[in-house]
Design a binder for this molecule. Structure first.
Ligand code: ZN
Length: 586
């Protein structure tokens, strides 16, 4: 990618803060390190280089530049990534023919136009606006979340979109419209008489809607919430309501507050708890949690002071346990949801979140209150209440902690608690996304050595002269190492920094070369003298190659002997002597 526009965008955007919007990164030597957003892992193998403005994952071998990162995380085509990054960098792209726009862009466009339409309708309907104000929403919140209203009509949105030249196919594909089953070529609005909450992707682009019925009771057969169906740009199992607004706060405060409804999210943000998100029309999935886990290791859910039964929140927390997230509970007064709590007094909610306790402490406190630990029956009920919770904990050390704690409270041996716990242990089928990816066939020693030499050559200017005067074929026998070296060695100024060197690598091999640099950086990060290490690699690879040559020569010599080919034998022995001499000098 050598297009000047692309270079301009790259020069204006720093990859580290950009990636940090999606992944929690910690400084690791010259680089930054975090949990890979593209495969499931518990120890970080995802590295970002601020010097080269590239990233690489040692777990799944993905890597590239800022464009590749955005394309992979948001599942975008290059054109879409280019648009987004150009906008962010303030680089203007040439205007293009609207007919050339991708289908995906049309979906973003129709969602954006619809959001504007709903906002306009809200302004025109004071009754709805008053209702929102009564629920405690401020003007800023209504505008900030782009809350709107879908009129009580079958075709007002459809007529509006038609006038903006969106087709019936686009109307249906976006999930905003429904094709009539009764009449051919007839379409109607999915959302009618509803308060509309737009759902955005991580970058803030609207991708779907959630509509809450306005004035419930007027039409009792209508569901309370209607959500967009899955579309080309909306994937329920991935999208989180308000994630675009919450992601920075989630990373900074290192916690995410998960609530159940849009109103809860909006009111929570209004109260200053801006790290709040919700799912819509689905339970929290492993994919949602994977996405959140890249930014934080702590999930806070709200529980009603009294019931903590089989709610959606509880199931979400169980899933979070499997993923080894810290789970906390914000306890709010009886019969209230977070939106009610904020309406009454924002401080109540802020305090509940700040004082959230770990879920096991919450259950333990409740069990101690509920059951007597003095009678055998009480002890049995106590353990029956707690053991299912303990069994869900993914981390074995944490699990052992609670077993020991329970044994202490019950006045029994830990073995007894462990034995009882076994009865509750569920066999959890590991989903395929958790399987360890194979690292491919093990590499030959010489292959690894070549990678280190070439990576070191690119990374350390002081090591470059080490390669001068060496037989290239002896050093680099594996493609494309020799080709890369060839392309660099001719013109290379030996003092150039790694970025300049990488830029000179022919484009087809640039990602590969970048990966080699990441590997050398990781390998030599604690090494004091990288130059000496590389010198050792060169010696080693040459020795291996010469040994290989000697083995081949020895075989040829024994063949020549068998064939009594004296002339050939003479030449081969001569050569063997020379090569053996080289070996002794390496
Ligand atoms: Zn990975």
């Amino acid at each position: 990618m050598s297009d000047p526009v692309i270079q301009e965008i790259k020069s204006r955007l720093d990859i580290v803060p950009f990636v940090q919007q999606y992944v929690r990164l910690a400084k690791a030597g010259v680089n930054w390190k975090g949990l890979c957003p593209f495969h499931s892992e518990k120890t970080p193998s995802f590295i970002v280089s601020p010097t080269r403005q590239t990233w690489h994952c040692f777990g799944c071998s993905r890597g590239g530049d800022i464009f590749k990162f955005l394309m992979e995380t948001e599942n975008l085509e290059f054109r879409d990534a280019l648009k987004q990054l150009a906008e962010r960098a303030g680089v203007e792209l040439k205007r293009e023919d609207p007919r050339l726009r991708t289908e995906r862009e049309r979906m973003y466009a129709i969602s954006e136009v619809a959001a504007g339409f709903f906002q306009l309708q809200l302004a025109k309907n004071p009754a709805v606006f008053d209702y929102l104000k009564r629920r405690g929403l401020t003007d800023e919140t209504i505008t900030g979340f782009r809350i709107g209203y879908a009129p009580d009509s079958w075709d007002s949105l459809w007529n509006f979109l038609r006038a903006k030249e969106f087709s019936a196919d686009e109307f249906v594909a976006s999930g905003l419209g429904i094709r009539s089953e009764k009449r051919a070529d007839s379409y109607y609005d999915r959302f009618r008489n509803r308060v509309m909450f737009p759902i955005a992707d991580a970058s803030g682009k609207i991708i779907a809607f959630s509509g809450r019925i306005f004035e419930r009771g007027k039409k009792t057969d209508e569901p309370k919430y209607v959500n967009s169906p899955q579309t080309m740009i909306y994937d329920k199992s991935r999208a989180l309501f308000a994630f675009d607004k919450a992601k920075d706060a989630i990373r900074k405060k290192n916690r995410v507050v998960v609530v159940e409804g849009q109103m809860d999210v909006v009111m929570s943000h209004q109260a200053g708890v801006t790290e709040t998100v919700a799912v819509s029309g689905t339970a929290l999935t492993a994919r949602h949690l994977e996405q959140l886990r890249r930014l934080t290791d702590t999930l806070v859910a709200s529980f009603d002071a009294d019931e903590a039964g089989e709610t959606a929140t509880k199931r979400s927390l169980d899933l979070a346990a499997e993923l080894d997230l810290n789970r906390k509970v914000a306890v709010i007064p009886k019969g209230k949801d977070p939106a009610d709590a904020v309406l009454e007094n924002p401080e109540v909610w802020v305090k509940a979140v700040d004082e959230s306790v770990s879920i096991m402490d919450f259950f333990l406190g409740r069990a101690i209150k509920k059951y007597s630990l003095k009678t055998p029956e009480g002890k049995k009920d106590f353990s029956r209440y707690l053991l299912p919770e303990v069994s869900k904990i993914g981390n074995q050390i944490e699990k052992a902690h609670w077993v020991s704690k329970m044994a202490e409270l019950l006045g029994v041996k830990e073995d007894a608690v462990w034995a009882e716990l076994k009865r509750y242990e569920r066999v959890i089928d590991q989903p395929s996304s958790f399987s360890v990816e194979s690292q491919g066939a093990p590499k030959l020693k010489t292959h690894k050595l070549e990678e280190r030499i070439l990576g070191g050559y690119l990374l350390y200017p002081e090591a470059r002269e080490l390669l001068v005067g060496h037989d290239r074929l002896l050093l680099f026998a594996i493609s494309p190492h020799g080709e890369i070296f060839e392309a660099l060695a001719g013109a290379a100024a030996l003092a150039d920094d790694v970025t300049a060197m990488l830029a000179r690598v022919p484009e087809e091999w640039r990602d590969y070369a970048d990966r080699l640099i990441f590997e050398v950086e990781a390998l030599f990060q604690d090494v004091k003298d990288a130059r000496a290490e590389i010198a050792a690699c060169i010696r080693e690879v040459e020795r291996e190659r010469v040994k290989e040559r000697l083995i081949v020569l020895a075989e040829s010599i024994s063949e020549a002997e068998k064939a009594s080919d004296l002339a050939r034998l003479q030449t081969l022995l001569q050569e063997f002597k020379q090569v053996a001499e080289i070996l002794s000098k390496i």
